[in-house]
Design a protein around this ligand. Sequence first.
Ligand code: NAX
Length: 327
Amino acid sequence: MRSPVRVAVTGAAGSIGRALLSRLGSGAMLGPDQPVILQLIELPTAMDQLRGVAMELEDCAFPLVHEITLHSDPATGFQDTDYAILIGARPRTKGMERSDLMRINAEIFSVQGRQINDHANPNVRVLVVGNPCNTNALIASRNAPDLHPTQFTAMSRLDHNRMAGILASRTGTNASDIRKLAVWGNHSATMVPDITHGNIFGQPLTELVDQQWYQNEFVGRIQQRGAEIIQMCGQSSSLSAASAALDHMNSWVNGTHGDDYVSMVVPSDGSYGISKGIMFSFPVRCRFGRYQIVQGLPLKPWLVDMIKRTEEELLTEREMVRDLLPA
Ligand code: NAX
């Protein structure tokens, strides 16, 4: 058995937080031989709910859970942490403009970026789930000057997994046999679900599904899947979002399979002509705890147009929070 690592989770008493913690405690993120110390962070007003979550985790008697600590102060919550999963965010309420939501969350993530910078393990790996997650991750990273921007990522894995799940149902195959899917851009309705390099046991997905269905139905369905789930359940995705967060971290830490890849929101290094520095979802391969953007994928012109639109949206989001981005 290895020595325990520290995992900090914000918004730990919320829907995604609860769904994530039980599977994290049973090894779904870091493997069945990696003990964890859970550092759970919540708003001061949600500490009672957080105590309840901690009691339930205690009652699960997970052998891998070494210790659980509870924090309303992110400075102590992020202390020495090896991994930080930032789920807590202000949800959009009735009548709130997108720009207001962006500002409120920007403030939260600039503070958290600074706290991670000052208190976490210098090798910390950060995943931002709370929306708007690409721009929140950018703000957190820019407020952490002592850390490398590549230590900050955000989550497009849910969109990636949604593609695999729906394609598996469509083709009557197992989701794990579907290879080389990609989500490009923002985790928003402008995201670009790309199956053009995908295959199942070597057979191209473009031969297995109808092109009209892909372009006219599938793309919109993935982009709107979150809204569809809210309409059905009255709340946003939590089980699948938690599962995707664990998959994201697992791929990052333990690597991707063979020459397959996954989608992660990472700082753009200019690959595919995307503006440097913005947080953009790319196909990545992970090895030895690091990720690399997959290079040289040929892109159809209609996909390039969509990728440009999602990039423009991210550039607009960046402008909205410019004053919270130290140089
Ligand atoms: P909930 O409202 O159930 O839970 C959020 C929790 O965060 C609450 O317990 C709240 O007290 C806490 N919180 C708020 N601000 C905090 C702060 N500054 N520090 C610590 N805790 C804080 O929301 P939930 O359904 O769990 O969703 C959380 C976030 O995930 C939302 O922003 C949501 O939009 C986002 N999502 C992102 C997804 C993605 O793929 N990137 C998909 C699912 C989800 O929509």
